[in-house]
Design a protein around this ligand. Structure first.
Ligand SMILES: *[C@@H]1O[C@H](CO)[C@@H](O)[C@H](O)[C@H]1NC(C)=O
Ligand SMILES: *[C@@H]1O[C@H](CO)[C@@H](O)[C@H](O)[C@H]1NC(C)=O
Ligand SMILES: *[C@@H]1O[C@H](CO)[C@@H](O)[C@H](O)[C@H]1NC(C)=O
Ligand SMILES: *[C@@H]1O[C@H](CO)[C@@H](O)[C@H](O)[C@H]1NC(C)=O
Ligand SMILES: *[C@@H]1O[C@H](CO)[C@@H](O)[C@H](O)[C@H]1NC(C)=O
Ligand SMILES: *[C@@H]1O[C@H](CO)[C@@H](O)[C@H](O)[C@H]1NC(C)=O
Length: 775
């Protein structure tokens, strides 16, 4: 509702631009692999000659070229008419031609009015395993590339004290620009670049009061994700108001960071409304990151309109990264709980969902009748301990506010005469959570209660409000409103918030986390895994406020935000540690290790639930909650090579991506990819798939199969015992999934059911989730 209305408003802004001056638009022409080693200028000439074949004029062809991708990725971005683009796409050498859409991609934080709250840069019971960190030397020799909104290099999280010389393999640069020069890189931030040609092609020159034309972060998001993946240990930090105090640390605290700024502020749109990242800019960044020598790439960026993988810059870039054994971790998206809302579902990517940590910020409301309702807040402001008059916003509005928005506390809606000195309760819906409090403050209100709407249910947002405030769930909001209605002089007090640790149950899945199945590739079970993404504390930009709202002038060093944007770099950091321990493992092996070792239980010993308390499923958490220490010793892995992914692409209808590889005549199914999980989107009778395991554990080992079939199906694994002679031995087996005929009537036809199968040697449990739906 709320996001929909905002979105249509933005469309109004964008459309006139599109129609008037942009008959030509940016298209990306993708050619797959470079054909053999070529000098850079030859590649550029080659791209130019393709352009010349659709644009007759030499000058025009030259000036239309925006990027020529020269390192790993073969392709270019150019300004073309739809007709020229379509001519280009008919050429034999071209894999795909796709349009760069403005605002298609954005960073995956929940917007400030949707979710926010508590803390933690490190998963409570996973990454803190010191022996994993020790074995991995804290990720010291690993380089994490981050595609995001840039970095605030002065943050203590990016100090290079005690790290040591930059790895010799590093080939990147430190690019200068607004308020950023080579002195801002160090032995922690070893590289920084920015990519703005696509953005400026569309919006015109960057408004430099909105953003820095350099790798410097004016938003906060990039600083937050970078410090979560590879920030140093910084003791004694907290969010504004002293919440979530403790040590902030990235997953791999001594890893090196390479910053690729690809997301920018949108003109005439508040920063709290997010920024945008263009296809052609991200592709250029990925091409450079691969050539620079990063080991891991973390991308907390996605789209609500996922495209086929050969028309998706993140998927294309990640494919080329995978070929160089670079592991790419991406956010699953924040479009849950609606099904089939995932982004970044290519099988060569790790797709990360978001879940809670075991920490809340309690701040109850006490009413005049003595009743107490639990709330959450991270506001730094406190009320003097006494009762205050309490009103529902509806009672203190200006006369010009329409009835449907009366309880919403939108800007300008409250009357200072009526609201002064009172605690005002406003409901969620339209407008920002913190902005509503800003309106209460403007009107002279002394305190603010944010009540969930029915749609928000019980999931609480703990925000850094601008006045004493707390947030309550829907049930409590209804009871508080009833109290106000039924009482002559309603009174209330908001108890100052405090950080509470070890809350139960945790983790649970955030309701915003995007759900499977993948709309693009339903034969691959996604997401792969979940990691902390609800109320995460990490470093912040000094060029932004904690809420990103214009009315907020506060500056903080650390901030608490939520989203799959936050969970993705947790996995990025974990991958850096795994890479340090197993430098020769492929990206598929690392993804397999994470998926098959993931945990299914919360801290009360039950299966992880969703935000409403119902058991969650693999379309929310994939293999489960990540457990990096277990992933370091998975026993067996489902490996996959570049050729395996090409076969997968052949089966998905993408041919000719690599001229040295011919798609086989015999048709494959995309589910034949050696993936550590199994999805069957339309099962008719029986399906048999083959999988290949590689021993990475104990030399002589014997594994036994077991299965938990989805309701109404049987699973047969053959052979059911596998013995491995040495490390590196490979064994294949088949999984047969069959609808049980006697159950046919009771299996829902349009619904997925879930199960799993495992291989166990007494030490390792190598578990794979299954999702299946009848045809
Ligand atoms: C970078 O900028 C700072 C601040 O303007 C300046 O003091 C420093 O000398 C510059 N460093 C380089 C290498 O240009
Ligand atoms: C740049 O952004 C600022 C802040 O939103 C605005 O006041 C200013 O008018 C903008 N400048 C241009 C040239 O659009
Ligand atoms: C932590 O920081 C606070 C405020 O900056 C300071 O008062 C306190 O002494 C610090 N504690 C430690 C253990 O350094
Ligand atoms: C409504 O009235 C108030 C004061 O009476 C004014 O400040 C505000 O701008 C008005 N809002 C609209 C939308 O007209
Ligand atoms: C938001 O405002 C619009 C326009 O007044 C209204 O139609 C819609 O119902 C509102 N949404 C909520 C959740 O209040
Ligand atoms: C299932 O397979 C049978 C036999 O191959 C075929 O006749 C039938 O149409 C299929 N049903 C669906 C729903 O695909």
């Amino acid at each position: 509702m709320n996001s929909f209305s905002t979105f249509s408003f933005l469309l109004l802004l964008v459309l006139p631009l599109l129609a008037s001056c942009h008959e030509k638009q940016v298209y990306i022409a993708y050619f797959g692999e470079h054909n053999g080693e070529r000098a850079l200028h030859e590649i550029e000439e080659n791209h130019h000659s393709y352009l010349l074949s659709v644009i007759e004029n030499d000058e025009e062809a030259k000036s239309s070229l925006i990027y020529s991708y020269k390192h790993s990725i073969n392709g270019f971005a150019a300004l073309l008419t739809p007709h020229q683009a379509s001519k280009l796409s008919e050429m034999e050498e071209v894999v795909s031609v796709y349009k760069s859409e403005p605002r298609k991609y954005s960073l995956h934080t929940t917007r400030s009015w949707e979710f926010s709250g508590l803390e933690e840069s490190v998963a409570p019971n996973s990454l803190k395993k010191d022996d994993l960190l020790l074995k991995a030397k804290y990720g010291k020799n690993v380089i994490i590339g981050v595609l995001d909104s840039g970095i605030w290099p002065e943050s203590k999280s990016f100090s290079d004290e005690g790290i040591g010389p930059i790895p010799k393999s590093w080939k990147g640069i430190c690019q200068s620009g607004d308020a950023f020069n080579s002195s801002n890189c160090n032995e922690k931030i070893i590289g920084a670049r920015y990519y703005i040609k696509g953005y400026e092609q569309y919006y015109g020159p960057l408004n430099r009061t909105l953003d820095y034309r350099s790798p410097r972060d004016k938003d906060g998001h990039g600083t937050h994700t970078s410090s979560t993946a590879g920030g140093k240990n910084v003791p004694n930090v907290s969010a504004i108001g002293g919440f979530a105090s403790g040590t902030a640390s990235g997953g791999a605290p001594l890893a090196r960071l390479a910053i690729y700024k690809v997301c920018w502020a949108i003109p005439k749109v508040g920063k709290e409304d997010g920024n945008t990242c263009f296809d052609e800019d991200m592709l250029a960044a990925l091409d450079d990151a691969i050539a620079d020598g990063v080991d891991v790439i973390s991308i907390s960026i996605g789209t609500k309109e996922p495209q086929p993988f050969d028309q998706d810059s993140i998927a294309i870039g990640a494919l080329h990264a995978m070929k160089k054994n670079i592991v790419v971790s991406c956010s699953a998206g924040n479009s849950g709980p609606t099904p089939s809302t995932l982004s970044n579902t290519a099988p060569w990517i790790i797709t990360v969902g978001a879940s809670s940590v075991d920490r809340t910020f309690l701040s109850p409301v006490v009413l005049g009748n003595g009743k107490k309702y639990m709330g959450q807040t991270v506001t730094p402001y406190k009320l003097k301990k006494k009762m205050y008059p309490l009103v529902y916003a509806e009672e203190v509005i200006n006369s010009n506010v329409t009835k449907d928005l009366a309880g919403q506390c939108l800007p300008g809606s409250l009357s200072p005469e009526k609201a002064k000195g009172k605690i005002v309760i406003c409901l969620r819906g339209n407008g920002t959570r913190v902005g509503k409090g800003g309106e209460v403050k403007r009107a002279g209100g002394i305190g603010y209660i944010l009540g969930n709407s029915k749609a928000n249910g019980a999931e609480l947002a703990a925000d850094a409000h601008l006045l004493p405030a707390t947030a309550v769930d829907y049930k409590s909001a209804v009871q508080i409103l009833n109290y106000i209605k039924s009482t002559k002089a309603p009174m209330a007090y908001i108890v100052p918030g405090k950080t509470v640790l070890h809350t139960k149950p945790a983790p649970y899945m955030a309701s915003f986390t995007s759900r499977g199945p993948s709309a693009v590739a339903p034969d691959i079970l996604k997401p792969d895994i979940t990691a902390p993404g609800l109320n995460i504390l990490a470093a912040w930009s000094g060029g932004s406020s904690p809420t990103k709202l214009d009315i907020d002038n506060r500056v903080v060093e650390y901030n608490i935000i939520s989203g799959t944007s936050m969970s993705c770099p947790h996995v990025g950091g974990a991958v850096a540690l795994l890479k340090a321990i197993h430098p020769t493992w492929s990206s598929a092996a690392i993804r397999s290790a994470l998926i098959t070792s993931a945990g299914l239980q919360n801290n009360v010993g039950e299966q992880i639930t969703d935000a409403s308390g119902k058991p969650a499923d693999p379309f929310q958490f994939g293999g489960g909650h990540f457990r990096p220490s277990k992933a370091a010793d998975p026993g067996l892995v489902y490996d996959a090579s570049y050729q395996d992914y090409l076969l997968f692409l052949c089966a998905s209808g993408v041919e000719d991506l690599d001229k040295s590889f011919k798609c086989p005549k015999k048709s494959h199914s995309p589910r034949d990819l050696n993936y550590p999980s199994l999805a069957i989107p339309s099962l008719n009778g029986t399906v048999t798939v083959s999988r290949r395991l590689t021993n990475v554990g104990v030399p002589k080992s014997v594994y036994f199969a077991s299965a938990k079939p989805p309701l109404g199906f049987s699973i047969e694994i053959s052979p059911s015992i596998l013995s491995f002679k040495h490390v590196g031995s490979k064994r294949t087996f088949t999984i047969t999934v069959k609808a049980q005929s006697d159950m046919m009537g009771s299996i829902p036809r349009d619904q997925y059911v879930f199960g799993s199968y495992s291989w166990n040697d007494g030490i390792h449990n190598v578990r794979s989730p299954i999702a299946v739906k009848l045809a």
